[in-house]
Design a binder for this molecule. Sequence first.
Ligand code: ZN
Length: 570
Amino acid sequence: MFGSNFCKRSAQVAVFLVFGTAAVSGSAAWQATSPASSPAWQRPPATAPAPAPAPITLADILRGAYGPYRVNNDLLSYHLDIRVDPDKQTISGKNSIRFKMLQDGTRIQLDLHSALGVDKILLGTTPLQYVRDSGAVFVDFPETLHAGQEYTIDFYYSGHPLTTARFGGFTFGKDPAGRPWIYTACEDIGASVWWPNKDQWRDEVENMQISVAIPSGLVDVSNGKFLGKTDLGDGYTRWDWLVQYPINNYDVALNIGNYVHFSDQLGDLPLDFYVLPEDLEKAKKQFAQAKGMIEAYEHYFGEYPFKKDGYKLVEVPYSGMEHQSAVAYGNHFTNGYLGRDWTGVAVSPKFDFIIIHESGHEWFGNAVSAADRSDMWIHEGWTTYLEVLYVEYTFGHDDALKYVNGYKPKVQNREPIIAERGIAATPPQDMYFKGALFLNTLRNVINDDARWWALIRDFYQHFKYQNIMTEDVVAYFNQRTQLYLTPLFDQYLRHTAIPTLELKFNEADGTVDYRWQADEPDFAMPIRVGKKTDWQIIQATTYWQTMKTPLKKNEFDVATDLYFVNVSKQ
Ligand SMILES: [Zn+2]
């Protein structure tokens, strides 16, 4: 995603929720932070206080917690089969949900926004009872479902889905020529804003079929491989798509419009493009960038992760969204971001920010996914870093360094990047820019590019098609590097302040004392200091050490373009 409204939640409130008889803790004490004690001039700009957090509601907890009626089952597949009526602005149909029970039980939790009606829920031909509570739908079974057994239920629903949030949730819109243009973008509000599902991040289906009946003459582009279309004989045509990989709920998309289609090929990967007819010529030029983007990411991480489903770009009226294998594109067929030099350092006008960013999510976000929204930096921090890698691959290291440092003025350092777990909280904007700057820092801590490239490639390959938490990332990096990187990750991800390198010069003795000022007592990070043309690496910790230097205070540099840190000289 890019450009959402970043809502704020309290990170300090412990919440306990009773689901029937089981209590679930949704809080994490380690997220408390201490204020930065460095003087204001040493901190990056934009240090206005964080806005007051919105209170956590029961609905947040029902949606965000991995409660007992979610934990007792494992999703296998969905078949979403719906009809969309542009005139009445309604959707209706069913989702067939196949799952395996992990424990014996008589209840599971699904989710559907309260704006939509539940028509019936069937197990075979047996109607099931259910209880709705805000967005949750607790489905009750007349007999015990057994651990290890697989079941399919058909969840019928209908109604007028909500158009909400910046990108719309579900929008019945019109294109500039006044024809229907209907699209989805629901990462923040959740996929249950328009279809019934287990609306959380931890558990993904292995595969999914999407069938969308729309007035004949319109086109539906959804995720996965296009299977074909069927004239239903009543003025409607059903479009069938097959997703052959695990998929996040929020990635599941409808794009209904008067699309025209053109295609290309990268090796044996099909590339398919869907745009409004007026934009066809512009799109043919601009979307040529997709090939270079895929080549760059394949260079660093390996094969495009959804090869059997192909790669698609689909024009939408909002800026963009990483819908798996059907990336939503709304960047006006121009370079930069919405026509602007996105980082202000004359690099982003060389490429189309939305193609590069949203498609980067195919590797991080869609293939490697976070298990909870709290750890969304695994999507956004990594994908923002992928932009930097794209720049390095395409335009060289100097531009990449300029590009990533161009993100510094966007960093706020007001809240930790990792948000409260289990309440569907949206982390702060720092997960993008500070996340990428942190990964650039980590590269320079490793200080061996051959090792760094192997490390991030193996990290991706190890976790692709999985849903992970930050702890998994840190454990992997610690194990592979044989370094204790936990305090480093924690300082950047779980605190607001970045580390400050404190330097005390004693020019008479030709020495300088140095240490890190950081929230993590065990924080340690090597860093290049001294003369730009001949850096020295010091192994700085939170304890004072002394080094010899012939350099005067004003001649002594720190490689702040390679490490995202503050420097204080005394
Ligand atoms: Zn994104």
